[in-house]
Ligand binder design. Structure first.
Ligand code: IPD
Ligand code: CA
Ligand code: CA
Ligand code: CA
Length: 287
């Protein structure tokens, strides 16, 4: 894979993404359809944007593969990542924001070649913000080079943290433990409802870190590359595990030092929770 090949794909898809932004801006029917879970919603615009992008790219590059949120939902299956050029598309990230006219919402499209993230484009048409990255060439906002905040001190960290998985009865305790440890270790916490935008805010230095578990490839395919190209670090939210694009549970941080401190706090929370659990079990056993 040469730079030129990726640049050619980038030049082709960029105007398409901007054109799709108009579909979002011109939206006037906010009827919501619920997918399998009540919190998993879709509008006609999610499907429209994904359709436009996939059809146009397929026509130009018939051998390319696609992992799109709405086509994956429709077939109830996420295709495996192969070595072929694969476009990973979230037509609207932050649908719950979109239907409330909360403008933290965007189109996110990433490209992998040989399973490697090589390009990312995130476009927020409401704010006219276009975030782009090609591997090895830096990250940009409307053409201006991006750099993370370079924050290295956890006590000064503002973290954008989405606790979506805490709604799960089996996982809630773990997330609440982690949350309570984090909140006393950092400066402040935010939650904004778009993973792709959350990653862009780290890339541009507006947030020092972003964390969300239980996401899908389309939430992370573009944004993770944008963070890394802006000098940030990303890993799985379990210390010692690498970020996995097909199973994104992750922390993105402005610097590797900050990332390691955040991971250490969460590990401490996990260890304390497990120790408390063991004590509880032992006490029950004594009765
Ligand atoms: C959602 C957003 C949100 C995250 C949810 C995602 P969607 O994506 O990225 O930030 O917390 O888990 O599902 O459904 O609006 O594309
Ligand atoms: Ca969704
Ligand atoms: Ca999403
Ligand atoms: Ca979406």
């Amino acid at each position: 894979m040469g730079h030129q090949e990726v640049q050619e794909y980038f030049d082709f898809v960029l105007p398409l993404v901007k054109e799709s932004g108009k579909v979002i801006l011109e939206a006037n029917d906010y009827e919501i359809e619920t997918k399998e879970e009540i919190y998993d919603i879709v509008t006609i615009y999610d499907r429209k944007v994904e359709d436009i992008l996939i059809k146009a790219i397929k026509t130009k590059y018939p051998t390319h593969k696609f992992i799109g949120e709405e086509e994956s939902s429709a077939k109830n299956y996420i295709s495996e990542l192969t070595d072929d050029p694969t476009w990973i598309i979230d037509p609207i990230d932050g649908t719950a924001n979109f239907v409330r006219s909360f403008p933290i919402t965007c189109i996110s499209i990433g490209l992998t070649i040989k399973k490697e993230q090589v390009m990312g484009i995130i476009y927020n048409p409401f704010m006219e913000e276009l975030y782009t990255a090609i591997k090895g060439q830096g990250a940009f906002l409307n053409g201006k080079r991006l750099q993370t905040s370079k924050q290295t001190n956890i006590q000064k960290c503002v973290l954008n943290y989405e606790l979506s998985l805490a709604r799960n009865d089996k996982l809630r305790e773990m997330y609440l433990y982690r949350f309570s440890h984090l909140i006393s270790a950092i400066m402040g916490i935010r939650s904004m409802g778009s993973a792709a935008m959350g990653l862009c805010y780290v890339a541009r230095g507006s947030m020092d870190a972003y964390q969300c578990d239980g996401l899908y490839p389309w939430d992370a395919a573009a944004g993770v590359l944008i963070v890394r190209e802006a000098g940030g670090a990303v890993s799985d939210s379990t210390a010692g595990k690498e970020f996995d694009l097909m199973n994104p549970n992750f922390i993105a941080a402005a610097s590797k030092r900050l990332l390691d401190q955040l991971l250490a706090v969460e590990k401490q929370a996990d260890d304390e929770r497990l120790a408390a659990l063991l004590v509880k079990k032992a006490n029950v056993g004594c009765k």
